[in-house]
Design a protein around this ligand. Structure first.
Ligand code: CA
Ligand code: CA
Length: 147
């Protein structure tokens, strides 16, 4: 099975980056995708560590969102910063996660991820609308494990 770095083809990575760019035209929220092979910890614990490591906790409105995937261990998580968690209901990510899970089970990883990103942008719009002075605070490129 392919490892994190080549799990998605270059073309698929571009589609994912484009999905992020588009989603961020709906919301001031900043979306990132991080992919690695293994996740030994509880998946949300690991996602939180990556979130911190990528400096995603430093956005102005604390509205960063991380899509984390451990491709060999078949784990993934969606993690939002505190600015989001304090204003949205606890089940905010459930629908997005369920939809992604279905897609992933069918082997449709690019579609699942792009749809998740798109839906995140749609849902965040109500709470964190896109402003005309918006900055791209966090890069839209996928990051990979660095060990
Ligand atoms: Ca932005
Ligand atoms: Ca961005």
């Amino acid at each position: 099975m392919s490892s994190a770095k080549d799990f998605f083809t270059t073309e698929q990575q571009e589609r994912i980056g484009e999905a992020i760019r588009k989603a961020e035209l709906n919301t001031s929220g900043e979306i990132r995708v991080h992919i690695e092979d293994h996740c030994k910890d509880e998946v949300l614990t690991r996602a939180a560590a990556i979130f911190h490591k990528l400096g995603m906790d430093k956005t102005d409105l604390h509205n960063g969102v991380l899509f984390y995937l451990a491709v060999k261990d078949h784990k993934f998580a969606i993690l939002g910063d505190n600015g989001i968690n304090t204003v949205v209901p606890p089940d905010f990510w459930d629908h997005i996660r369920d939809n992604m899970q279905q897609r992933f089970s069918a082997g449709q990883f690019t579609e699942g991820l792009c749809e998740g990103i798109e839906k995140a942008g749609d849902q965040l719009k109500a709470h964190f609308p896109y402003g005309k002075d918006d900055k791209d605070e966090l890069s839209n490129e996928i990051t990979f494990d660095q060990h």
